[in-house]
Design a protein around this ligand. Structure first.
Ligand code: MG
Length: 338
């Protein structure tokens, strides 16, 4: 992955493409650069459009993944971007690249995962495409909708807002470590961590409850790691940020795996990625309301810092109480060798 176009970072590549494509046409409210594109077709809702690709030996490994898990995770990751906009997911197209001789049984299992994850969120799989290729690959394109007034963008954060996250952080990366066999932990911790890595849950119900209950400032889903997503919001909203390490919600299973692996659990939370939780900003006055709105779903929401004026920069208050720049520890798809 590290040898993609002349060492461009993912962000540089996206900006280059955005520049080349130029201004979006009529009806395009948000083009390249948020979690999903936003289209105004004239009705009361916006249309949301997003897609995501998953390649064997890059994003998963059929040597260790059950095909059903690949389907579940691909659907969850794709729908997570609809949740990040405050939207409801509607339909999905699935394009497949199949290697020669790919067993029908494995294809059926892959679709068991796709179909189960889609039906859980009332998403219809409505088509796609099949091509032959060197290994298994999937590209999922999802549509969704959101009431115009409830659209959540990365650019909506205001100084004085809180940063908050749903669920817990770092557990997907802990699950990857637990499944790799390089750490040995008790079975319960390993199972709890692995579940998040192999079968993540898109926060669609939480997003719907949040936009119903409060005015959300900015929102993004955590696919590349908290640190990276905080920087995205700061850049797009033209603000600074202070994230407090001691406030990050990290489950005991994640801490257990981190200890066994000799890594700081805060590092897993900041840079692990693929947690598919929601990172949002909201006024402190409505935080309690948001908490109550998600309590009914059994999902915690935790305040982890605050939005600052831009000139304050983006900082992390460590567990030692000292502030330092929040490093971009996130996962860059084009420059990481992982
Ligand atoms: Mg996203």
């Amino acid at each position: 992955m590290s040898d993609l176009p002349q060492g461009l970072t993912e962000r540089e590549l996206i900006e280059r493409l955005r520049d080349r494509i130029g201004r979006p046409g009529e009806g395009v409210v948000v083009g390249i650069g948020d979690d999903a594109a936003v289209i105004d077709e004239g009705g009361p809702d916006y249309l949301l459009l997003t897609d995501d690709a998953f390649i064997d030996e890059v994003h998963f490994d059929l040597g260790t993944w059950a095909p059903r898990q690949v389907g579940t995770k691909a659907m969850a990751a794709t729908l997570s971007d609809i949740a990040a906009m405050g939207g409801k997911a509607r339909t999905c197209l699935v394009s497949l690249m199949l290697p020669r001789g790919f067993e029908t049984r494995l294809l059926d299992e892959l679709y068991d995962g796709l179909i189960a994850a889609a039906s859980r969120y009332h998403v219809s799989i409505v088509g796609g495409n099949v091509v032959a290729g060197p290994r298994l690959g999937l590209c999922l394109t999802a549509t969704g909708s959101v009431e115009k007034a409830k659209l959540c963008l990365r650019s909506g954060a205001e100084a004085g807002h809180l940063f908050a996250v749903t669920g817990d952080l770092g557990r997907s990366e802990a699950g990857r470590l637990a499944a790799s066999g390089i750490v040995s932990v008790d079975e319960e911790a390993a199972r709890t961590a692995r579940a998040k890595h192999f079968e993540p849950v898109p926060r669609l119900e939480e997003a719907a409850a949040l936009v119903e209950a409060v005015r959300v400032g900015a929102m993004i889903d955590i696919s590349d790691g908290l640190a990276s997503e905080v920087h995205h919001i700061a850049r797009e909203s033209n603000v600074g940020a202070r994230i407090v390490a001691a406030a990050l919600p990290i489950e005991e299973a994640t801490r257990t795996v981190a200890r066994a692996a000799g890594v700081d659990p805060v590092h897993l939370a900041l840079g692990g990625g693929e947690d598919f939780e929601l990172l949002l900003t909201l006024s402190p006055q409505v935080f309690e309301t948001a908490l109550q709105a998600l309590a009914g779903l059994g999902t915690p929401v935790t305040a982890i810092g605050e939005v600052l004026p831009r000139e304050k920069g983006v900082e992390l208050v460590g567990e030692d109480g000292r502030a330092r720049p929040l490093e971009l520890a996130g996962w860059d798809h084009l420059t990481s060798d992982r």
